[in-house]
Design a protein around this ligand. Structure first.
Ligand SMILES: NC(=O)c1ccc[n+]([C@@H]2O[C@H](COP(=O)([O-])OP(=O)(O)OC[C@H]3O[C@@H](n4cnc5c(N)ncnc54)[C@H](O)[C@@H]3O)[C@@H](O)[C@H]2O)c1
Length: 248
């Protein structure tokens, strides 16, 4: 069994209330980590935390809207007062499927605020403590949509491509301090985000995956756990978790 070294580490996960984020909370909790679970969906987040950690010792649900820079800073201060963060997983995202002709500047900005700006702001806030303590692991949840073009995915795909670039730049900037920064790039995961496309579109998309199915959230969460573990010589990498949908 892989010794992840995550027992008693503190992990901050965004977009934790459902889908992959909830699987990430479960996976890091199972490793014995303390988990700060951040989401705008307060009810979903609290229900998840209460189910896994009835005593409320190991999971801290935090409500914050990642579109708001001040809320990001306050959320981090709240978590830091609980326990300093060793591992940050920037997982929250705002999906958007809109054609070039229909997307509005407001929609574009909202997607970028959640998917890219929030990752930048939260990383900067959290990384200062990691730098001072000489240890940190940052995992950014990208997407195959940021690696290969999809019609109607301009804002989402560009934000994810930006997140991959951000991962490399921050990996270079934080390397001298023992802080690694990596990205996970999934294709299709069985989450509410994917189910929302409808059964027919889902079947079409699944047919393009060489492994012939979509991923379970647990399969993707496992790779994030791996990257947050004793992988001390891995940084600036993007790990494809796509069933062979993109081989490069
Ligand atoms: N589902 C997939 O097939 C798939 C594929 C590739 C990449 N991804 C990526 O994996 C990650 C998780 O995806 P998912 O399918 O679990 O998504 P999801 O839509 O099911 O969950 C996203 C979570 O983020 C939260 N969130 C959204 N906006 C927020 C905001 N402004 N402030 C705080 N929280 C906010 C939501 O409340 C929700 O709990 C995302 O980064 C997504 O881009 C997903």
């Amino acid at each position: 069994m892989l010794d992840t070294g995550l027992a008693d580490r503190t992990v901050l996960i965004t977009g934790s209330a459902q889908g992959l984020g909830a699987a990430l909370v479960r996976a890091f909790h199972a490793e014995g980590a303390y988990v700060a679970a951040l989401d705008v969906d307060e009810e979903g987040n609290r229900a998840l935390a209460a189910g896994l950690d009835p005593d409320g010792d190991r999971i801290l649900p935090v409500r914050a809207d990642l579109r708001d820079p001040a809320a990001i800073e306050s959320a981090h201060q709240l978590v830091d007062a609980w326990r300093p963060v060793d591992v940050l997983v920037n997982n929250a995202a705002r999906p958007l499927t809109t054609s070039l002709w229909e997307i509005t500047p407001e929609q574009w900005d909202e997607v970028f605020a959640v998917n890219l700006r929030a990752a930048f702001l939260l990383t900067r806030s959290v990384a200062a403590g990691m730098r001072d303590r000489g240890f940190g692991r940052i995992v950014n949840m990208a997407s195959v949509a940021g690696q290969t073009p999809r019609p109607t995915g301009a804002a989402y795909g560009s934000s994810k491509a930006g997140l991959i670039a951000l991962t490399r730049v921050f990996a270079a900037e934080l390397a001298p301090y023992g802080v690694t920064v990596n990205a996970v790039s999934p294709a299709m995961i069985d989450t509410p985000m994917v189910r929302s496309v409808g059964a027919e579109a889902l079947a079409e998309l699944t047919a393009q995956v060489p492994l012939g199915r979509i991923a379970t959230p647990e399969e993707v969460a496992r790779v994030a756990v791996f990257l947050a573990s004793r992988t001390s010589f891995v940084t600036g990498a993007t790990y494809d978790v796509n069933g062979g949908a993109l081989m490069r």
